[in-house]
Design a protein around this ligand. Structure first.
Ligand SMILES: [Zn+2]
Length: 225
């Protein structure tokens, strides 16, 4: 999946903008910069998905015309569409005027995704941290970046790498690290039926990868010590 960039606010001039063009929460902050982030998946074909679910019910030996199941194909199609569509957001960044150079870490960001092998959910938390460079990020945006990649057919390893690489590319921090802990329904409800087992993946870049102390600090903090 690639992610489209729609627009950049003009650095240093946003604070003078007024009227319909004004950006709430960003106007008034000199040097505030925004990047509209949208996904570029094919739009979900809802009627197509609905009829496929009807066929699936038939193939599973169920009767989709029974009153109990009459609305199920539509509901399943709509819930899959929702789970595969991340919300658009503005990636707002600000100049790091205070030269803050310690780790910024958002712990326990919810992760909800669908595994691409079974189309069953995997859920858990992400810990996302970065060492600021020239710019810092609105904190809630770390959660939006996780969602951007999680609302897809995924494997946890790729999701972890995508979040870290995307932040490295778009925020250009001195370092970035992502740890995801998740339980996979395909492991807990079927197969080995390992209920409660969590899979942990990580991806680190820059100083958090190269400098042993920073790396250790990051992983210690993600464990909640
Ligand atoms: Zn799976």
């Amino acid at each position: 999946m690639s992610i489209a960039k729609l627009e950049y606010g003009k650095t240093g001039r946003d604070h003078r903008r007024t009227g319909p063009d004004a950006v709430p929460g960003l106007d008034g902050i000199p040097g505030g910069k925004r990047l509209r982030v949208v996904h570029d998946h094919e739009k979900v074909d809802l009627p197509g998905a609905e009829s496929a679910v009807r066929d699936l019910l038939l193939a599973l030996g169920r009767d989709p015309s029974s009153p109990h199941l009459a609305d199920t194909p539509r509901r399943v199609a709509e819930s899959l569409a929702e789970m595969l569509t991340p919300r658009e957001f503005d990636l707002t960044t600000f100049p790091n005027d205070e030269h803050y150079d310690e780790l910024v870490l958002a712990r326990s960001i919810p992760v909800q995704s669908l595994c691409e092998h079974h189309m069953l959910p995997f859920t858990g938390v992400a810990h996302v941290g970065y060492l600021p460079g020239e710019r810092i990020l609105g904190l809630s945006k770390l959660a939006r970046v996780v969602e951007l990649f999680a609302r897809d057919l995924q494997v946890q390893e790729r999701l972890t790498v995508q979040v870290a690489s995307w932040l490295q590319e778009h925020l250009a921090p001195k370092g970035v690290g992502v740890v995801i802990e998740a339980e996979h329904m395909c492991m807990s409800l079927r197969g080995v039926r390992a209920v409660g087992s969590r899979t942990i993946t990580s991806s680190v870049h820059g100083v958090l990868r190269e400098d042993a102390r920073s790396r250790q600090e990051f992983f210690t903090l993600t464990r909640g010590a």
